[in-house]
Design a protein around this ligand. Structure first.
Ligand SMILES: C[S@@+](CC[C@H](N)C(=O)[O-])C[C@H]1O[C@@H](n2cnc3c(N)ncnc32)[C@H](O)[C@@H]1O
Length: 353
């Protein structure tokens, strides 16, 4: 080291890293609480002592004592120092224990934990520069991805995003043929099938275990106007679709131009392609905030390796931005790209022509 270090700056950065370490471990503790049902027990029980919580859950009191110390210090649970009891507020419950609520963040947390779980593979991939297929991620990653995205789709897809597209909602209500490409566990396809019973939704994904899970979910939901099939985005079957959509998956594909071209070829002339992608600015400089920090991280260990593992291997990355996505869509032959809607985490592009 040739330069003199500014110790004040070192201390400042060290303080920030300690905060990050605390955060990383708090997510891990939140994951333990989620998987073992402790947050739910706290939500049910109201204010409790460790012994009462241990009795109710049948779990080891010593472990619960340590866990409660960590999550209380994190502010995820309230600690009442006067009688050493614990409680969870309605707001904390929404974040940590109310599955399916838009505010629930356990899916997000599970997706983070899944990346630590396969850290050795991530190091190998990062160093080698080779691709790593989506199928090589862990079960925890597939479930976490679905859990993370589903509440946002439930809150926005049929109430905001589809109504924001030109003339699409009327077609879907009247009965249309829909393709959901890269559908994963099928949450978006099932939501559309439920909202538009006269339409038929075809969910495609090249990852067989995800398609099996999507079929199970459709059966459990009792919807029969949705079908799932293993197929790649570049050559899924069928034609004359009225509406095609991709949810948070185009940038994971090796050949997003080929996939978009196939969508254009299999859409009716007046059909619409709705592309949902992570929110991002058009340059890295615009993404220097916590959301950019998060998306670039997932992109380093999941999205970009998944793309590089496929033919073409374009590796768009999860922060491609509307301008770059528009180039891809225009290269595929589409003529019009419009930002129809957005949330803090997603942009919704209407693609036609
Ligand atoms: C981040 S997940 C999103 C899944 C789902 N759309 C959602 O929003 O929950 C990306 C999905 O794209 C799928 N995928 C990636 N490349 C694909 C390709 N070339 N053809 C079909 N599916 C692909 C993966 O299998 C995975 O299920």
């Amino acid at each position: 080291m040739s330069e003199q270090s500014d110790m004040a700056k070192v201390e400042e950065l060290a303080g920030k890293v300690i905060g990050d370490v605390a955060g990383a471990l708090s997510l891990y503790m939140a994951y333990l609480g989620d998987q073992t049902g402790v947050f739910e027990a706290l939500d049910e029980m109201g204010r409790v002592s460790v012994a009462e919580l241990a009795e109710h859950t049948g779990m080891n009191e010593k472990y619960l004592h340590q866990w409660l110390g960590s999550v209380s210090a994190a502010g995820y649970v309230n600690f009442h120092r006067e009688d050493e009891t614990f409680s969870i507020s309605p707001e904390q419950a929404l974040i940590f224990s109310r599955e399916g609520q838009p505010a629930c963040m356990q899916g997000f947390i599970q997706a983070v934990v899944s990346q630590y779980e396969s850290h050795e593979k991530a190091v190998k991939t990062f160093k080698s520069g080779k691709g790593r297929p989506w199928s090589d991620q862990s079960e925890c990653c597939f479930c976490g991805t679905d859990r993370f995205f589903r509440p946002g789709y439930a809150a926005n897809l049929t109430s905001e995003w589809i109504p924001a597209l030109d003339g699409v909602e009327e077609k879907l209500k009247a009965g249309a043929k829909i393709a959901d490409i890269g559908c994963g566990h099928g949450s978006s396809a099932i939501l559309m099938a439920q909202a538009y019973p006269k339409s038929t939704v075809h969910g495609y994904d090249f990852h067989e275990p995800s398609i099996e899970e999507a079929k199970r979910k459709a059966k459990a939901a009792g919807v029969d106007n949705v079908q799932f099939e293993v197929a790649s985005a570049q050559d899924y079957p069928g034609e004359d679709y009225d509406f095609a959509c991709i949810f948070d998956a185009l940038h994971d594909m090796g050949d997003p131009v080929g996939a978009s071209r196939h969508i254009r070829e299999t859409l009716k002339d007046d059909g619409t392609f709705m592309l949902v992608e992570p929110m991002a600015g058009d340059s890295m400089a615009e993404n220097m905030h916590p959301l950019g920090q998060i998306f670039y991280a997932f992109s380093t260990t999941v999205c970009t390796p998944a793309s590089l593992a496929q033919d073409v291997g374009l590796g768009l990355g999860a922060q491609a931005g509307q301008q770059r996505l528009t180039e891809v869509l225009e290269e595929a032959g589409f003529q019009k790209v419009r930002r129809a809607s957005e949330t803090p985490t997603n942009m919704v592009l209407e693609v036609t022509g």
